[in-house]
Design a protein around this ligand. Structure first.
Ligand SMILES: *Cc1c(COP(=O)(O)O)cnc(C)c1O
Length: 419
């Protein structure tokens, strides 16, 4: 009898979760008052076709088993959950990491790129197209394209091309074509426009692949679904390791894909506090941070509605973070809904705290985190000091090899500071 009861309660819980994913977003792609689709009619037709394909193909047995096999044999999943003994001794609490840095290519982005590229293959598309800012999304997508034998075209502002040289080289080695975007500020926004324009010229053979839980419907939903693997694995692994659920789950937020990936498995576990960490940069002055949730107001960017750091004319405001993967003036619509519902706690960590965390994790645990992920670690260290009895699961979204030259150039090694 008792076993039956437990079984029933597990069933009920799973049903509540699957109800959430089935009904969120609604058919119009809305998460409460956020999300939706604000794009030209021609593009809307393409998005509708992708939505239909997503529902028919990605739920098929063939698709799911192929993606499962890719996750295991190509990406190296499941990635481990790791207990940070020495870090926990230093700051208190019990700190665990979900090691997305060990996912192939060194970050979580490949989770949705492989899903998007597999969908492209099933749709008979020949070419993947996207923009990239720091180059991380471009590298992940170029990897997926190489795996499936698809062409790959990555649009990138000329300023970013100069700044992110190693990633440009990586994309080219992987066989992608990098299209320089020479107008405007020559960064991400112009690259988005350029990629959309190129996409619209040949939507039959091409599919547009977005880099986070942002953009018009169905992307925020689709990218979340492909990233859910992080949370599904982590919840089970944490339960197996400790016999209970984590008291706290933490992730950094740029557009919000790694955070949605891990949070999604814990949304209905009211005992788990969820914390999303935005980049506070140099200060809270306009232009010196990218704390979209804290200072943003509802607006429209890249075809969807979200909280947005914007100027008085509704144009995206200048933003900054030491972690280039986090400096986005908008944020995924599901995050905006979860904030409005009070389910997720939106907090921040600044450059200095994140760089300290970068070195602390490297030296105490032998893990060099991406600067983006170091924001989550920084907040986790703060929380552990405040709540030493609680357990904390941090999503370590990526590894820091890409950041080492920059960090040492700009900030020096810790000994240099005391010398
Ligand atoms: C791109 C990136 C992020 C930010 O993107 P989200 O969509 O917010 O997850 C975080 N960490 C790493 C390592 C990244 O490459």
């Amino acid at each position: 009898m008792v076993e039956n009861c437990n079984f029933d309660s597990i069933q009920t819980e799973n049903k509540t979760m699957s109800d959430y994913f089935k009904t969120t977003p609604n058919e119009a792609g809305e998460f409460g008052e956020f999300g939706g689709s604000y794009i030209p009619e021609q593009l809307q037709k393409e998005m509708d076709a992708i939505t239909d394909a997503y529902y028919s193909i990605s739920k098929s047995h063939a698709f799911i088993s192929e993606l499962r096999s890719i996750r295991k044999h190509f990406q190296g999943r499941p990635t481990p959950v790791y207990f940070c003994q020495r870090l926990s001794e230093l700051v208190g609490g019990r700190i665990y990491l979900k090691r997305e840095d060990l996912n192939h290519t060194g970050a979580h982005k490949l989770n949705h790129c492989m899903g998007e590229a597999l969908l492209a293959k099933h749709l008979g598309k020949k070419r993947l197209i996207a923009e990239t800012g720091a180059g991380q999304h471009g590298v992940a997508l170029a990897t997926a394209a190489a795996y499936f034998g698809l062409e790959c075209e990555i649009h990138m502002g000329e300023v970013d091309i100069a700044k992110e040289h190693p990633n440009v080289v990586r994309m080219k080695i992987l066989g992608a074509e990098v299209v320089p975007v020479p107008h405007g500020l020559k960064t991400l926004k112009e690259a988005v426009d350029s990629a959309f324009e190129a996409y619209l010229k040949d939507p039959i053979n091409t599919i547009y692949c977005i880099g986070s839980v942002v953009g018009p419907h169905p992307f925020p939903m689709m990218v979340r679904e492909f990233q859910r693997v992080i949370g599904i694995e982590a919840r089970e692994q944490f339960l197996e390791m400790t016999g209970e659920l984590p008291d706290n789950v933490i992730a950094c937020v740029g557009g919000g894909s790694n955070a949605m990936g891990i949070f999604s498995a814990f949304l209905k576990d009211s005992e788990c506090a969820l914390h999303a960490v935005e980049p506070a940069g140099l200060s809270y002055k306009p232009g010196e941070h990218a704390c979209t949730m804290k200072f943003g107001t509802p607006g429209i960017i890249h075809g969807f509605k979200c909280k947005l750091l914007q100027d008085k004319d509704g144009a995206p405001a200048p933003i900054y973070s030491v972690a280039s993967g986090l400096d986005y003036p908008g944020i995924g619509p599901e995050h905006c809904m979860l904030e409005a519902q009070g389910r997720v706690n939106y907090v921040d960590a600044n450059d200095k705290e994140s760089i300290d965390a970068f070195y602390t994790l490297s030296r105490l645990e032998g893990i060099i985190p991406a600067l983006e992920s170091a924001h989550a670690v920084a907040y986790g260290m703060k929380l552990a000091q405040e709540k030493p009895r609680e357990s904390i699961l941090i999503n370590l979204s990526g590894r820091g090899d890409k950041d080492i030259d920059f960090i040492v150039d700009q900030y020096g090694l810790p000994e240099d500071e005391t010398a």
